[in-house]
Design a protein around this ligand. Sequence first.
Ligand code: SAM
Length: 207
Amino acid sequence: MTKKTLDLWATQDVHEGDRLRLFSAVAQAVKATTVLYPGCYVDVAPSFVFESVTYVDVDKRAAGFFGDADGVAEIVAAHGGLRDPDVSFVHADYTDDLGFPAEAFDLLVSLYAGFVSEHCTQYLRIGATLLVNPSHGDAALASIDPRYELAGVVITADGDYRVVTSELCEYLVPKKPQSVTADRLHASGRGIDYTRSPFAYLFTRVA
Ligand SMILES: C[S@@+](CC[C@H](N)C(=O)[O-])C[C@H]1O[C@@H](n2cnc3c(N)ncnc32)[C@H](O)[C@@H]1O
């Protein structure tokens, strides 16, 4: 592994094991083999628990990181993943046509990377899952997207994560009455202030 790869992973894994705990909780709740992660930067943690992961980012550092295939495989194996992981990286803007077949993936990941669901839902199988956090407004956008239904929330406490699938009607309730529209979310680039604040949401693609 190159020093650069090690250093980049150290900056990503600054709260050691945090993403491993997140994706482990998601993997327990969601049956998925093929995962698409647009705006991944160097977060290779999905490969610790999922068999086949395609990563997408425009950042040169991410391209350099995933270009060190042996280093990435070492990191994956050291965290309990496969010794010869199925990891692909596409150095691209996810708002462009990524060239994947429609509905090719079982899980779409959207964490702190903008409106991933808007551009990449086409690649997610109907019946499969979007994991999305609220920070950039993508969770709110998914909540008003007729292709999605809320299926669970990811709760964090004391650095651990668990998926909750009950009483979902208590989530996605804005603190202040307001109409949530795609135009407003695009204009603000921020999420909605909800009465409950889970770390992330799981939506099922229904259409
Ligand atoms: C704040 S980082 C989050 C990285 C990772 N998802 C995480 O949670 O640690 C946002 C990443 O999204 C990438 N990104 C933002 N917009 C993008 C786009 N349109 N296409 C590809 N990558 C994008 C950036 O290059 C950056 O690496």
